[in-house]
Write a protein that binds this ligand. Structure first.
Ligand SMILES: Cc1cc2nc3c(=O)[nH]c(=O)nc-3n(C[C@H](O)[C@H](O)[C@H](O)COP(=O)(O)OP(=O)(O)OC[C@H]3O[C@@H](n4cnc5c(N)ncnc54)[C@H](O)[C@@H]3O)c2cc1C
Length: 397
């Protein structure tokens, strides 16, 4: 298709939306991103980007700049709740040698800025303060309406509007999400507030009964990012900016060992996120409307792949549209190419939740022993299907 004839609108300037904007602009399409927020937010959180996600950053021409912002962990260390080491997975150069690309950690705001700058440089128009309220399909595209009353006509509409997608509700039949019984606190702690050397340059997972905490360094080790997950009956909403008190967080992790206690004692600000299971969406595209990222396959964070899948979606969507004769055929090809993998990751992330939180101490002890005995190659090899695939090198049939 001659991409220059397409005027594409994207709803949502998250990782998925901005990556799609950049990928599409590089094909020659005219791209506008509409974002409800007044500016890109400074969400204080980390993002692990595995080699399959780095492949997309590289194909979008961002690898060198991304490398300056990334922290590369030397290992992933699984620990019991007291801090004892259960298993150690070499990352750093080992992961890079195995997959051809590194495993990186970013401050979310840094990665968003990188994608925003890339998109602007490629000619993308970003429009802030525009919240999508309605859509009306037309033979040659879609009419959009924003809550401000502004109207816009587009030849192709991409919903990258996240886990609580408006476009998904307006156009696609999804089933309601169900609370998993897991909540996640997130936050950042300045490393200078912690005893020196408490956290090595690694992603560490502390696993306890019905709870686990992941901690890893960002911005050259000056910040420690944490995600602390607890199983509980009471419900919490799904969203990035729902504050909770550090006291509640500390209370949930009493009994954990000194590294976790020291980290949590230094927490000043934290946010709580309710984790929901979203049934697989039957369709991702309809006519000239399509979804990507969390809008179509929201997943639990236990494989650290939500943003990475958004990056992969973005690249494949642009390539599928470019290769097709019509926008409708391009969107259908994208859905066909992406759905099996995204669904597998969605299900894999849900399965990981159970493994981290084994309640029975005997089962937990046996599982930890099995992990400890696993050779390095077998440990990291469990992720080959995920990390080794480079979607930028694969051509759809
Ligand atoms: C605790 C936690 C840790 C995580 N860690 C990782 C990790 O390490 N690695 C990883 O790959 N993933 C991780 N994830 C998942 C990752 O954060 C998400 O999958 C990713 O941010 C989704 O990107 P997105 O662009 O699809 O949606 P979002 O980032 O949610 O962006 C959606 C955008 O759309 C805008 N929007 C919404 N509705 C409208 C509307 N009606 N009109 C206009 N704009 C709208 C929003 O304001 C937002 O800017 C984690 C998730 C959680 C909860």
């Amino acid at each position: 298709m001659d991409m220059k004839t397409l005027e594409i609108s994207i709803i949502g300037a998250g990782i998925g939306g901005l990556a799609a904007a950049l990928a599409l602009a590089r094909t020659g399409a005219k791209v506008t991103v509409f974002e409800q927020a007044e500016a890109l937010g400074e969400v204080g959180a980390g993002l692990q980007i595995s080699p399959n996600g780095v492949a997309v950053l590289e194909a979008l021409g961002l690898r060198a700049d991304a490398a300056k912002l990334a922290t590369t962990p030397e290992a992933v260390v699984l620990r019991d709740y007291r801090g004892g080491e259960v298993a150690r997975l070499a990352m750093g150069k080992t992961a890079e040698a195995r997959y051809g690309r590194p495993y990186w950690q970013f401050h979310r705001a840094d990665l968003l800025k990188l994608l925003e700058n890339g998109a602007r440089a490629a000619g993308v128009t970003l429009v802030f303060g525009h919240k999508l309220a309605g859509v009306k399909p037309q033979p040659d595209g879609v009419d959009l309406e924003f809550t401000s009353g502004v109207h816009h006509h587009t030849s192709c509409l991409i919903g990258a509007d996240g886990v609580r997608s408006t476009l998904r509700d307006l156009v696609f039949e999804g089933q309601p999400a169900s609370f998993t019984g897991h909540v996640a606190w997130r936050g950042l702690v300045k490393a200078e507030k912690l005893p020196a050397g408490l956290f090595e340059n690694a992603a560490q997972v502390f696993m306890g009964k019905g709870r686990h905490l992941v901690a890893y360094p960002l911005r050259g080790g000056s910040l420690i990012n944490f995600v602390a997950v607890e199983e509980r009956k009471s419900w919490a909403a799904e969203g990035w900016n729902i504050p909770d008190t550090a006291e509640n967080l500390r209370a949930a992790f009493t009994g954990f060992g000194s590294p976790v206690q020291a980290l949590l004692n230094a927490v000043e600000e934290t946010f709580l996120w309710g984790l929901f299971n979203h049934p697989v969406l039957p369709r991702w595209h309809k006519g000239r409307v399509v979804l990507l990222g969390d809008a179509c396959h929201p997943m639990l964070p236990y494989l650290a792949q939500g943003a990475v899948m958004g990056l992969e979606d973005a690249y494949v969507l642009a390539r599928s549209l470019e290769a097709a004769d019509t926008p409708e055929a391009g969107l259908a090809a994208y859905e066909m190419a992406r759905k099996p993998r995204a669904t597998r990751v969605q299900k894999g992330a849900a399965a990981n939740a159970r493994a981290y939180h084994l309640r029975n101490p005997l089962v937990r002890g046996a599982a930890h022993k099995a992990l400890a005995l696993m050779p390095q190659g077998a440990l990291i090899g469990r992720f080959d299907w995920l990390y080794a695939l480079d979607v930028t090198a694969v051509r759809e049939a």
